[in-house]
Every structure is written in structure tokens, then in C-alpha cells.
Design a protein. Structure first.
Length: 167
């Protein structure tokens, strides 16, 4: 089934794109949610109008979320967890735990579905992406350490030294 996207759909496309999707996905999700319409000749005539309105909506949303993105970018989150001798965790650090800690630091609500990170099941440092909008995806550092240990977070000067050393 070919559909014309009315709104930006994550991992599918931007508003105004014509995409070929599975019949069930289009019929049961995209069309009822108002994210797409069937790609008929009449609908295809409205592509430019849809693209311009979506671009304006995307720009205003990026301006709104820009402040939050600058707050969130480069934040360090630390989690003290129980782990075995090999560094394997008893359990895991989940996206909901990251979203809760990030919401406390940022002072706003961040949904766990906005956090993109592979399941964290060992000790170490990880990078999580926070998908605020299609264009704004700041990175957050997640440090997982043993319960009771102290962690020294890198300062801005140390990060600059590390980056120049890597180059």
C-alpha cells in the first residue's frame, strides 16, 4: 500500500513523503492515527502544501525544544547498582530509569520512549540518545558503577583534553 505521510513518522519518513508500507501498518496504524492518507492522485496534488506546513511546524517545535536540548546535551547520569565479580549486573539499567533520572536533572518530563540505548547489563560508560524531535537528538552519558563506589565525573577541561588527545 502506498501512503502519503501527513506528519513526520519516526523511522519511516517526513511529512510529504510517499512511502510503500505494509497493508496492516497503513490501515491499522498510520491512517487511523492521522499520520498518513492513501496516495491517491488527489492527495498527491497536496504534497507541497503538506511539506511547507510540516516544515513550519517542525521549525517551531525545534525552537521550543532547543532550550531543553541544550540542557540535556552532555549530562552525566550515574547509577550505582549491584554487580557480580565479572562486572555483569544483577538486573539492568532500563530506559525508564534513565528517563526518570534525566527528568529530575532537567526539571521537565521526559518519556522513556524518547530514550534510545541498548540494554545496559554490564558496568561501564554508555551513550544514550534522547529523541526530542526528528532533528533534535542530544546525547547523554550514562555511567554504571558498583553500589558503594565513588565515581569521578569528567569536567569540561578534562573532556577537552581527551578530545584533543584522540585527534
Amino acid at each position: 500500500m502506498k501512503v502519503l505521510l501527513i506528519k513526520d513518522v519516526y523511522k519511516l519518513g517526513r511529512a510529504g513523503d510517499v512511502k510503500k508500507v505494509a497493508d496492516g501498518y497503513g490501515r491499522n496504524y498510520l491512517i487511523p492515527q492521522g499520520l498518513a492518507v492513501l496516495a491517491t492522485p488527489g492527495a498527491l496534488k497536496q504534497v507541497e502544501r503538506i511539506r511547507t506546513s510540516a516544515a513550519a511546524r517542525r521549525d517551531s517545535l525545534n525552537k521550543e525544544m532547543g532550550g531543553l536540548a541544550s540542557q540535556v546535551a552532555g549530562v552525566y547520569l550515574t547509577f550505582g547498582v549491584k554487580a557480580g565479580e565479572t562486572g555483569k549486573l544483577y538486573g539492568s539499567v532500563t530506559t525508564s530509569m534513565i528517563a526518570e533520572a534525566l527528568s529530575k536533572k532537567a526539571g521537565t518530563t521526559i518519556d522513556r520512549h524518547q530514550i534510545e540505548v541498548a540494554p545496559i547489563r554490564t558496568l561501564g560508560e554508555y551513550t544514550a540518545h534522547v529523541r526530542l524531535t526528528v532533528d533534535l537528538v542530544p546525547e547523554v552519558k550514562v555511567i554504571v558503577h558498583r553500589e558503594g563506589e565513588t565515581v569521578v565525573l569528567p569536567t569540561a577541561e578534562e573532556e577537552a583534553v581527551e578530545e584533543t588527545a584522540e585527534a
